[in-house]
Design a protein around this ligand. Structure first.
Ligand code: MF3
Ligand code: CO
Ligand code: CO
Length: 275
């Protein structure tokens, strides 16, 4: 290990829960990585349509990542071979792009993680091929708003339990369910770090948020029951009851008085446009 790498590893400090506290200058690195990931999600919106394959969407994303000189964090990650995860309808997360052809009314999550100057930007959004039915549209809206209920809790002194509780309360008050089997995660110069960011829980529990923590919030919400199972490909997670599932993800940092969302859409888009 060279000196520069060693220095990076020791910069900042770690909480007793193993959560890294980053320095003020590190926010710029996360902002750049987050903005690129979000820009790719902005641009792919125009390509989503009935008749398009998820593999074709992933190829466009791969080209966009390569064109910017950034790196995909997912290609080669634990053997994963694609620049995105594309999760259609009852797929909860980690859908593998491939020959699947989108049809009118399909809803899909596209999740992209890029590495820019060593910093990881991880974000996902929902898209619709053609027009969604009313239930699907409501699921997408509730999931999006649940993410922001969580983000509203991000400030020094609050806890990770406050984030999870706010998301769970909102989702269940809309008679939908929060997936328990997957969670958000710390990130920064690494893809997945402590803590596990649960999207359910009780206020005041778990680690206390401190300025300089970087993590994702990425709730998965089902129209039916929360249980999932992983298909034999070892990646694709689906709802056990085959009900529709949706997800939105942002990478965020705790500031002195609140939150910076690193993966906000540079063009001001976030929610999918229908039709
Ligand atoms: N981007 C996903 C997340 O939100 C992780 C995908 S890992 C992959 O954490 F290997 F499936 F791509
Ligand atoms: Co993530
Ligand atoms: Co992600």
């Amino acid at each position: 290990m060279d000196g520069a790498t060693l220095e990076h590893q020791h910069k900042g400090r770690m909480t007793k829960e193993g959560i890294r506290i980053h320095e003020t200058a590190d926010f710029e690195g996360m902002h750049a990585a987050g903005a690129l990931a979000a820009q790719i999600l902005d641009e792919i919106a125009d390509e989503v349509a009935p008749g398009v394959t998820t593999g074709a969407l992933d190829q466009i994303i791969t080209d966009k990542v390569n064109d910017t000189g950034a790196k995909s964090a997912t290609i080669g990650y634990k053997g994963y071979q694609h620049a995105s995860c594309i999760s259609v309808n009852h797929v909860v997360c980690h859908g593998i792009p491939g020959p699947k052809v989108l049809k009118d009314g399909d809803i899909l999550n596209i999740d992209v993680t890029v590495i820019v100057d060593g910093w990881f930007g991880d974000t996902s959004r929902m898209y619709v091929a053609g027009r969604p039915n009313r239930k699907a549209e409501r699921l997408i809206q509730v999931t999006h708003d649940a993410l922001f209920k969580g983000i509203e809790q991000v400030k020094p002194g609050n806890t990770f339990g406050d984030i999870g509780a706010a998301i769970q309360k909102y989702v269940e008050s809309n008679r939908m369910s929060v997936v328990r089997d997957f969670c958000g995660h710390g990130l920064g110069r690494v893809f997945h770090a402590p803590p596990n960011v649960l999207h359910y829980g009780r206020p005041g529990t778990n680690a206390t948020l401190e300025e300089g923590m970087f993590f994702t919030i990425e709730p998965m919400v089902n129209l039916g029951r929360p249980e999932t199972k992983v298909l034999p490909d070892d990646w694709t997670a689906v709802t056990r009851d085959r009900s529709l599932s949706a997800q939105f993800e942002h990478s965020v940092g705790v500031t002195s008085d609140g939150v910076e969302i690193f993966t906000l859409s540079p063009s001001g888009k976030f929610h999918p446009t229908y039709g």
